[in-house]
Design a protein around this ligand. Structure first.
Ligand code: ADP
Ligand code: MG
Length: 341
């Protein structure tokens, strides 16, 4: 029998690089996803219809290993992935791949696991098999996303809360098309720097710090955690000026203190200030390329997109890929093909 499952990409509204510091994040799942189709086969076959770079299979092999560790017996299957999530754009195509694979393999094995356990095993696959020391955010939101909501997650306790995004606010994602290739080595370096800073400050993790003693990495994490909580308040009360200020401060902190931005991301954020309907703009995801997130008054979203594309292209000679989306539900069995039950 053929089964099909979907898992969404995500955009993080605020709370960047805080997840692996036991901090707060505020991602939303987006209306772009990876669909995994699984059917019986003689032996394991992995196919991607998205022309990914060599070595992509290790994400799936990592998931298989983690499932097996949990006693899941996986029959020989053919797994075909088809994704609308831009790859390497900071929208977590990797978690969408892992989570869609995990659901498909569990379906084939006729097993069920809890949502949080699935998110955690996918994170472990990325850490152990791919070698990126990532936090839980991407896999968590791929499982727990909620239409029209962002999700406030405390990455220490794993307690989460859905926060409604006002209907008339659009999520506009501007992909620079610059692949974040530096990201994985720098990412692991930042994680090590944060651990060293926590040690120096005498805390378990930077989540517990409220001073930074001149350490700029620590200052980013401490101030970013506070910004997430203030941003949630401003979203709930629809205070748009405050949202914009917090997003601008987050971007500046990532650029100057955490040093994970790049000229293209900075330019995209600057250009956004000159476009109609902007509420707030910042880089999103790990950095060194990838995308910015723009909160935009929905009635202006198309004009915003067109003008941002023109301004950015005029400066760089490169056309960005701009997506207008809204918060979507987390992973599920897919029912979009009536032939498949
Ligand atoms: P991001 O998660 O921001 O898109 P990553 O570098 O973390 O970027 O993950 C991108 C990698 O994940 C790709 O290089 C590829 O190995 C794998 N990947 C993601 N989506 C797919 C897909 N649909 N098919 C095959 N591989 C994929
Ligand atoms: Mg990723």
């Amino acid at each position: 029998m053929t089964l099909r499952y979907r898992a969404p990409g995500r955009v993080n509204l605020i709370g960047e690089h805080t997840d692996y510091n036991d901090g707060y994040v505020l991602p939303a799942a987006i209306a772009f996803d990876t669909v995994a189709t699984v059917s019986p086969a003689e032996k394991l076959e992995l196919v991607s219809l998205n022309d990914p770079p060599a070595g992509w299979e290790r994400y799936v092999l990592g998931v298989i290993e983690q499932l097996q560790k949990r006693g899941v017996v996986i029959p020989p299957v053919r797994l075909v992935f088809d994704s609308s999530v831009p790859i390497g754009a900071g929208l977590s195509s990797s978690a969408a791949l892992e989570v869609s694979a995990a659901l498909a393999l569990l379906g084939a094995a006729k097993r069920e696991l809890g949502k949080l356990e699935i998110a955690q095993l996918c994170q472990q696959a990325e850490v152990e098999t791919v070698g990126l020391a990532c936090g839980i955010m991407d896999q968590f939101i791929a499982m727990h996303g909620k239409a029209n909501h962002a999700v406030l997650l405390d990455c220490r306790t794993l307690v989460s809360r859905q926060v409604r995004i006002p209907k008339d606010i659009a999520l506009v994602i501007a992909d620079t098309r610059l692949k974040h290739e530096l990201a994985s080595s720098e990412y692991n370096t930042r994680k090590a720097e944060c651990e060293a800073a926590a040690l120096e400050l005498g805390v378990t993790s930077l989540r517990d710090a409220n001073v930074w003693n001149g350490n700029r990495r620590a200052r980013h994490i401490v101030t970013e955690n506070a910004r997430v909580l203030s941003f949630v308040e401003s979203l709930e009360t629809n205070e748009r000026r405050m949202m914009g200020e917090l997003m601008a401060a987050s971007h500046a902190s990532l650029r100057d203190d955490y040093e994970v931005s790049c000229p293209e991301l900075d330019l995209m954020v600057e250009c956004a200030q000159r476009c109609p309907g902007l509420i707030g703009a910042r880089m999103t995801g790990g950095g060194f390329g990838g995308s910015t997130i723009n909160l935009v008054a929905a009635e202006h979203s198309e004009a915003f997109r067109d003008r941002l594309a023109r301004l950015y292209e005029a400066e760089t000679g490169k056309a960005p890929n701009i997506l207008i989306t809204k918060a979507a539900d987390g992973a599920s069995a897919s029912t979009d093909d009536p032939r498949i039950q």
